[in-house]
Design a protein around this ligand. Structure first.
Ligand code: AHR
Length: 331
């Protein structure tokens, strides 16, 4: 009797294990442009593998046509789920309709694609940063910080935007612009894309320093930390002191930004977490069990700066001191 029980138990365990292994998940990533992206890739890929599922990963190298190709390959390979983040917001209707027609559940993370579908049944759920709020947080921080150090008159700002047309660029630009529109002392005096990369952040900052003159710039707002870190190099090369002569604000809250803040080179970073793997696994596991999910979920995020205590949102939250959180930042 005991033997029979052991056999049944072993069989049940085998079935559970093989049904977990039976899932195949396609993940199309936009590229490897930043520290944030590397962390996001690592986190999502390892979570899928740790769940015991087969992962088919594709790096689109910033090209929409590569992502379209990857999605079609996932369909041909008969994946069970597609994890999708859109390099740019528009131009997805045709390929996503093909996914819907095949009945493959779409799990959206990070950058949301705009579509013309009549309702939202084409995707299961979206998990990613509230980009307009992130941009607005940067704007409010600049306003409150400059007031706290007694700055009077206009605040002249250089803005480095992310990849044109990416959800993160569109949202952060819109959110920041809304704060500027409500506060006429904030002037954007140079505004260009740096494509979310360190190299372009440096090159575009060099151009900005030449175009408007270093003495006329109060603040650099870079829509990600990599561009801010590149710009810091350009500012140093121009003989200026980043963090003092020009106040530097980035976005993402990656470890390198925490280190730059602690070193005094940077002043603030608005958090956008790349850690999405656990949510992907939670969603797929839940969907397998017949669960449904809220259509949009934003992670809880903070803002970090040199000393802490600066208000950055309408709810009265204040910044955390970067130095206190450096050790726990793993990416
Ligand atoms: O979509 C998220 C953004 O894309 C991150 O801010 C940036 O670093 C990345 O490249």
């Amino acid at each position: 009797m005991k033997k029979l029980f052991a056999l049944v138990l072993a069989f049940a365990l085998l079935c559970t294990a093989s049904s977990a292994l039976a899932l195949t998940v396609g993940f199309t990533q936009v590229g490897q442009e930043s520290d944030w992206r590397t962390a996001n890739t690592d986190d999502v890929c390892s979570a899928i593998k740790e769940a015991g599922w087969e992962l088919i990963y594709d790096d689109a190298q910033q090209k929409q046509e590569n992502q379209v190709k990857a999605v079609r390959n996932f369909i041909t390979q008969g994946v069970d789920y597609i994890v999708f983040t859109a390099v740019v917001t528009t131009g997805w209707d045709e390929v996503l309709q093909e996914v819907v027609d095949e009945g493959i559940p779409l799990v959206l993370i990070d950058r949301f694609p705009e579509t013309n579908f009549p309702d939202d049944s084409w995707y299961t759920t979206y998990f990613g940063g509230d980009f307009p709020e992130e941009g607005a947080r940067a704007g409010r921080w600049i306003l409150n910080y400059m007031a706290s150090v007694g700055h009077e008159g206009d605040i002249n700002i250089v803005r480095l935007q992310g990849t044109t047309g990416a959800d993160a660029q569109v949202g952060r630009t819109k959110g920041f612009d809304s704060v500027v529109a409500a506060n006429p002392s904030m002037k954007i005096i140079f505004d260009q894309t740096g494509n979310f990369t360190r190299a372009e952040g440096q090159a575009v900052m060099e151009a900005a320093l030449k175009a408007v003159g270093a003495e006329n710039i109060d603040v650099l707002w870079a829509e990600n930390d990599d561009m801010a870190l590149g710009a810091i190099e350009a500012i140093k090369a121009a003989g200026l002191v980043p963090g003092k002569d020009i106040i530097i604000v980035g976005c993402d809250a990656v470890k390198a930004a925490f280190e730059a803040i602690v070193a005094g080179d940077m002043n603030c970073t608005v958090e956008c977490t790349p850690l999405m793997g656990d949510r992907v696994v939670e969603v797929i596991t839940g969907l397998e069990a017949g669960q449904t999910f809220e259509k949009t979920v934003h992670p809880v995020e903070y803002v970090y700066d040199t000393n802490g205590g600066i208000a950055y949102d309408d709810a009265g939250n204040v910044t955390l001191k970067a130095a206190d959180h450096l050790a726990e930042r793993l990416y």
